[in-house]
Design a protein around this ligand. Sequence first.
Ligand SMILES: NC(=O)c1ccc[n+]([C@@H]2O[C@H](COP(=O)([O-])OP(=O)(O)OC[C@H]3O[C@@H](n4cnc5c(N)ncnc54)[C@H](OP(=O)(O)O)[C@@H]3O)[C@@H](O)[C@H]2O)c1
Length: 318
Amino acid sequence: MKAIVCESYGPTSQLKIKVIEKPIPKEKEVMVKVHCSAVNDYDWSMVTGKPTLYRLLFGLFKPKNPIPGMELSGVVEACGVGVKNFTGGDEVYGDISRYGFGSFAEYICINEKALVKKPKNMSFENAAALSHAANLAWQGMVDLGEIKDGMNVLINGAGGGVGMIGFQIAKTYNCTVTGVDTGDKLLTMKERGFDQVIDYKEEDFTKRDEKYDLILDAKTTRAPKAYMKVLNTDGRYVTVGGVLGRLLQVFFAQKILKKPVYVLPLDANKDLDKIQELYESGKIKPVIDGPYPLEKTPWAIQHFGEGKHHGKVIVSIN
Ligand SMILES: NC(=O)c1ccc[n+]([C@@H]2O[C@H](COP(=O)([O-])OP(=O)(O)OC[C@H]3O[C@@H](n4cnc5c(N)ncnc54)[C@H](OP(=O)(O)O)[C@@H]3O)[C@@H](O)[C@H]2O)c1
């Protein structure tokens, strides 16, 4: 089978497309014929080996699992011993990061718990785009953010995968939504219906007078006290990711100083049932950059790493 292989940390140009042996499912694993995969922060870090701390997860000197890719949609082709929930022909999708990586390949064997059944009316592209980002957005806004009807919401890093879905979730609660990002993503955000957009290269939203009931952040480039300044009484700040040092500051501000600032520990795939409901009722639809063919994966990861993407970057495989 064909797969994207990362044999050492470095630029995306060192990624190769190789023909390797098709995997065989072990106990409790399913073999999935991958239809689509999506590019994530994890892929950029796994390929570049940066931030260096992430090498504890991926491998100290080179990636332990050389195939990137942590979310997918596809069709079950075979089941290992002890698989209970799937059978050959089932259409599936999911964020597989808890069980491994390797979805930039024609086939993958992965623990059945990494996957859920894909609704028939959800395209493979949309399914691959939703599993990770929509869970982050849902858990950030609903579980930790305690979003309520009519709130004034700000999303920082709003033009990416999480922000674009987070916006649509906030709109199901009739919230007013401001999005912070830059470049032509601001145009896409306006077209999609953001009430207000702010260019982070032109203006610092934490220095404005406007206050928010909920801030969802995908970048976290500031200290917690900057975010606190633009929160209403009872307002909450939730980050799903960003600069490691800042994430630690937010974590300690919440745990020790008891400030209403939270770091989301993602529970992969937990809320896909709610996401499916919103998708089926037409309330959310991922913004897709692509789909690109498997051969273009190195380019797609570079495109993501340079922040040139809009929404989710999708690679179409089979
Ligand atoms: N919580 C968890 O358990 C967990 C698990 C996995 C991943 N994550 C994290 O979740 C996040 C996923 O976000 P995503 O997929 O939406 O990322 P994304 O697609 O890269 O979107 C982030 C957006 O933020 C913009 N941006 C960059 N710098 C900014 C700044 N200073 N201020 C405002 N916006 C800025 C980027 O644009 P430009 O780059 O063009 O400027 C980009 O459009 C990542 O941080 C990832 O590490 C969290």
